[in-house]
Design a protein around this ligand. Sequence first.
Ligand SMILES: [Zn+2]
Length: 193
Amino acid sequence: MGSAETPKFRTGDVLATVFTGTLTERHGDTVEWIPTPGRLLDWLAVNDLAVEHCSDAELASAYRLREAIHLAGTAAATGEPLPASALRTINEAARGGRACPQLSPHEQLRWRLGDSGAGCVDDALAVVAADALVLLAPANRDRLALCASPTCQEMFVDNSQSHTRRWCDMNICGNRSKKARHRAATRPPRSGA
Ligand SMILES: [Zn+2]
């Protein structure tokens, strides 16, 4: 819905990189888009992995998985060996939940979480981890690249024919400097909401 109080999440086609994109500007003014258990629940719902409850410990697990994916993806994109500890974290997350894909004739692929269809955060994170492992597999690794923005450097999947895509998101990092100049010129004074 995206009111001023609930900023929209970044979206995309690749679940694992949408997830790593919940921490933006890692090398600049870092923004945490899932700062609370409630925000993680919101993010999961937006990405068709809705669950009912999230504890602080589960949020911490999500952060751990996210940064492991980021670390491993960055290594893969730069041709470095995948860090063993990050891979272990992702592998553990992938087998630490119960989730299976389900398809109906006229619907998108959906993930059934938990044994009874009512899943927990670990079940949802297992789906994200599995998506990351597919990206990190040798057959797909060559498509991983890092955003050219020095303050971002986020991993993304380059599906362009020429493998020349530069930005994690053209509308965000591609236009960042232009937008920054525009904002500086037009920023309204900050008053109460
Ligand atoms: Zn970027």
